[in-house]
Ligand binder design. Sequence first.
Ligand code: BV8
Length: 253
Amino acid sequence: MDLTTLAGRIRDARRLTILTGAGVSAASGVPTFRGQDGLWRQYRAEDLATPQAFGRNPRLVWEWYAWRREKIAGCRPNAAHHVIAAWSQHAGCRVVTQNVDDLHIRAATRELVRIHGSIWELSCWDGCAQGATPWRDERVPLGDLPPSCPHCGGLARPAVVWFGESLHPRHLHAAMDATECDVFLTVGTSAIVYPAAGLVHEARRHGAFTAEINLEETPASGSVDVAIHGGAEAILPRIAELLNREPSTPNRT
Ligand code: BV8
């Protein structure tokens, strides 16, 4: 199985779903969660991205998010985001991302489901009715930490899904719906965070051809039809180039 065969599968697919993780943004300079640069002051993501950690020390958790926002503000979509955005313009292509950096949005990706929310959005931690709907605040720096809810003056939180929190039902439904596809690509994810990591298995169950593009082996590598080791920012443009070389095809150029 090589890139040409995978390109052929993508070319013939009426429905293509792409799941992305932090590895897609790595080439843009966004730290991944579990790579070398994923640590912050020796904390792991799982130590800070929880409601319990926030309840105990909202300022510390906000310092981590403010540090990430500052880093992400200086990053731009890379070639992987642009190829995915181009494919997303075609009917039948859906993109499900675990990333909260919004680089897929900045690359003008269509049919995008952000299952873990956005680091650029906030909601009310103290549960006021209006503050339940996330609001966007792209200020860098964010101002005094922790920020307050503009509706009730209580504590604001990052509008992301923390470990131990359920995904928004609408997002979970859209992600599950997207597993009913002909080709399912999982790109740049360590495949250990659920329910996102379960989507590729769901796609297989629906009879999809599954492929993984990742720098290293993951728990999903043994289950997919093809596992390609390499940088998403290099592999995806090569596949796109193979597709562009094809005689014009109705599904995807
Ligand atoms: C849920 C938002 C139901 C926040 C994130 C105990 C109690 C409660 C729950 C659990 C539990 N045990 C297990 C669970 C379930 C838990 C879970 O899966 N835990 C894991 C750690 C085992 N899941 C949840 O809690 C989920 N909710 O289950 O609800 C429930 C409710 C209550 C009680 C029980 C169940 C919610 C999970 C969402 C967590 N939020 N993010 C924030 O960002 O601050 S997850 C976080 O990890 C990010 O979103 C990230 O995207 C995601 C996954 O990480 P990856 O994207 O894969 O990034 P990573 O660094 O790991 O890997 C990058 C990969 O890219 C690497 O393989 C690398 O080799 C590769 N790479 C690097 N460079 C490149 C590359 N590949 C290609 N090209 C490159 N250039």
